[in-house]
Design a protein. Structure first.
Length: 229
């Protein structure tokens, strides 16, 4: 059974998988916390303690109210932050819902990440680099076009710099503005944006008719961009 999600993507996740049953249910299992492993595509930054203070307080007070989803082998599908908090609080066991083996766990991750606690643009790009199926179709298409235009090494550079697909969009805008549309030119522009420029001042400069030849010279010389006020 397939279902349409709010963002227009088609999901293979069965609605009954998310129904909360009453009483005992064979889909649930109590795992020792050391048995639970993070999914390889989950961004490590999402489970930094400083980013989970409210959740830590809530779980310390109320416990885990909604069971995380895991595979039979204990790989976390959804609920990385809750399980990370449980570890920090010294919990030894966590009750989890076991995802059937035939269900696409990456699609569950993508659907929940888009509807409950959305990934940041940088996090989504980092996830896509590891597992393209773990983000929504619209983002996956954008990231695929980005990789085709810039190459995977440049995309990785963008992720490592904490940037997002906005670099790709502005790269194409600059290329159109200065008449540079080859893959090599796009790579030069993207690297310059990551290393030497803030995106908003460059957008403002283009909107105000900044000389294209001067902008291209700044890019090729890899100089910092400063918009005079």
């Amino acid at each position: 059974m397939t279902t349409a999600t709010a963002n227009g993507r088609t999901s293979r996740i069965r609605p009954e998988l998310f129904d909360v049953p009453t009483g005992e249910d064979p889909k649930f299992k109590v795992f020792r916390i050391e048995q639970l492993k993070n999914a390889p595509h989950n961004p490590p930054g999402r489970i930094e303690p400083r980013k989970m203070q409210r959740l830590l307080l809530s779980i310390d007070k109320h416990g885990i109210l909604y069971e995380p989803f895991v595979t039979a082998a204990g790989v976390i599908v959804e609920g990385h932050r809750r399980i990370a908090c449980a570890r920090l609080l010294g919990h030894t066991h966590v009750k989890c819902r076991v995802v059937p083996s035939h269900v696409d766990t990456a699609e569950i991750y993508a659907d929940i990440s888009e509807s409950i606690r959305k990934l940041s643009g940088n996090e989504a790009l980092a996830v896509w680099l590891i597992n393209p199926k773990a983000v929504g179709l619209k983002l996956a298409k954008t990231f695929s076009e980005m990789q085709a235009g810039l190459g995977r090494p440049v995309v990785k550079m963008i992720v490592e710099a904490g940037r997002t697909a906005h670099v790709w969009r502005l790269t194409r805008e600059i290329g159109e503005y200065i008449g540079k549309k080859s893959a090599a030119d796009w790579k030069s522009i993207a690297k310059w944006l990551v290393e030497k420029a803030s995106l908003d001042p460059v957008r403002v400069a283009i909107s105000q008719g900044y000389p294209p030849t001067k902008l291209w010279r700044t890019i090729t010389n890899n100089q910092a961009f400063v918009l005079a006020v």
